[in-house]
Design a protein around this ligand. Structure first.
Ligand code: NDP
Length: 387
């Protein structure tokens, strides 16, 4: 099987690499990364990839040197990274973080590859386009986000018309019990301590603010086509249940597993088969009890904003994601307080709502990218006013 991994040096990329390295039927095509060129070169050598690509031009010399004598081609820059997705592959992992993951995923679909989609921003910003592109090229998108993989698995053999609701659990993160007053002063270090999952910095902070869950609700709508009122979130601190699907006969199908992304990645890698995976098996008696709570929309406004975006559709997802990325950058840089992230996103959407194209249907990648830029600019201007 010919395989490419976009975002190979990240948290999802490393878990994917771990599974690929255990197999002897893999021909690695393209591996891509950002600034961690030493690790990218190591992975490319180990898997015998055709090409390794760093997104940054200034990292080219270091990558080339690290690959010297390996026979692996080196390339750098955004365009080289996107072009790498044109190389024929049967299975492509989309695990770049942020909106930068959209274009390579699109190209991979255009050459008919099966796209294992971890990059949630792709569906949030350009869901209808991604699904149409897959259909046009007879390509398949397999969800890798653990919640969406769980929903996908619960739907095998089922009639989606019989689905009443989908429940997406959220751990509640490190701030689950914090008061609103305390949240006003939450720090970056506090937001970086996820109780259950080990992930990249950005998604860890998004998990604390529930912006990650907000993206997942929107992703659920775009991938499976359910209506907003069929999609719910519930706080489930143990992160043992990854999603539940409720059917019209009242049955609720839950997917349980250890919090290890190699399950969802492995499912997508082996689909439609199930292969033995190196993930921990659950000891239910040791776990003892599972808790559930209703999420508090006041302390976690991201969920309320997600619902508005699901209703608006059009380019609202692109604006939401871009404003959220700016808010996250500002929080990481110490220029925005924790709760101000949601305030910034809400104000950006409100401002762009006066512009009719926010709710216009998504028809091209260019309009999505234009909205992304417009929202980033609007958010950056608003940050200055909030300071
Ligand atoms: P990481 O931050 O750990 O890794 C991101 C990867 O993308 C790295 O390879 C990084 O390179 C590369 N990268 C960063 N910026 C750019 C850019 N501008 N252009 C090209 N490549 C870039 O992220 P995660 O692995 O945690 O997440 C990846 C995606 O998967 C996200 O969309 C996330 O929401 C989603 N996801 C993650 C889960 C998780 O458990 N981590 C769970 C479900 C979904 P380098 O490090 O070399 O700079």
């Amino acid at each position: 099987m010919r395989v490419s991994v976009f975002g190979a040096t990240g948290s999802i990329g490393e878990s994917t690499f771990d599974l690929l390295a255990r197999r002897d039927d893999i021909q690695a095509v393209a591996l891509t990364g950002g600034r961690n060129v030493a690790r990218l070169a190591e992975q490319a050598r180990s898997l015998g990839a055709e090409i390794a690509v760093t997104a940054h031009d200034d990292c080219y010399a270091a990558l080339k040197e690290a690959l010297a004598g390996s026979g692996v081609e080196a390339a750098a820059g955004t365009q080289a990274l996107i072009d790498a997705a044109d190389r024929p592959a049967d299975w492509v992992m989309s695990a770049i973080v942020g909106a930068a993951g959209l274009a390579p995923g699109f190209r991979a679909l255009a050459q008919g590859a099966t796209l294992a989609l971890a990059n949630k921003e792709s569906l949030v910003t350009a869901g209808p386009l991604m699904m149409a592109e897959a259909a046009r090229h007879d390509a398949r998108i397999l969800p890798v986000d653990s919640e969406h993989s769980a929903v996908f698995q619960a739907l095998v053999g089922e009639d989606t018309g019989a689905v009443e609701r989908v429940i997406i659990p959220a751990s509640g993160g490190p701030f689950r019990d914090w008061s609103l007053e305390r949240l006003e002063h939450a720090t970056l270090a506090e937001a970086m301590t996820h109780p259950n999952w080990s992930m990249g910095q950005r998604i860890t902070i998004d998990s604390a603010s529930l912006f990650n869950k907000a993206l997942e609700l929107i992703e659920t709508r775009e991938f499976f086509g359910f209506e907003p009122d069929q999609i719910e979130a519930v706080i489930h601190p143990q992160s043992i249940i990854h999603a539940l699907v409720g059917f019209r006969d009242g049955a609720l199908m839950a997917h349980l597993g250890a919090p290890d992304m190699r399950h969802a990645i492995g499912y997508a890698l082996n689909w439609p088969d199930r292969a033995k995976l190196p993930v921990a098996r659950l000891d239910l008696a040791a776990i003892g009890a599972l808790q559930f709570e209703a999420p508090d929309p006041v302390r976690f406004p991201a969920l309320r904003l997600a619902r508005a975006v699901m209703e608006m559709r059009g380019h609202a997802g692109a604006a939401f994601n871009a404003a959220k990325e700016v808010a996250l950058d500002e929080f990481i840089a110490g220029r925005l307080r924790y709760l101000d992230m949601a305030r910034l996103v809400e104000r950006t959407i409100d401002q762009l709502l006066t512009d009719s194209c926010l709710t216009a249907p998504v028809t091209t990648l260019e309009t999505v990218q234009a909205m992304d830029q417009m929202a980033r600019e609007a958010a950056r201007t608003l940050v200055l006013r909030m300071a």
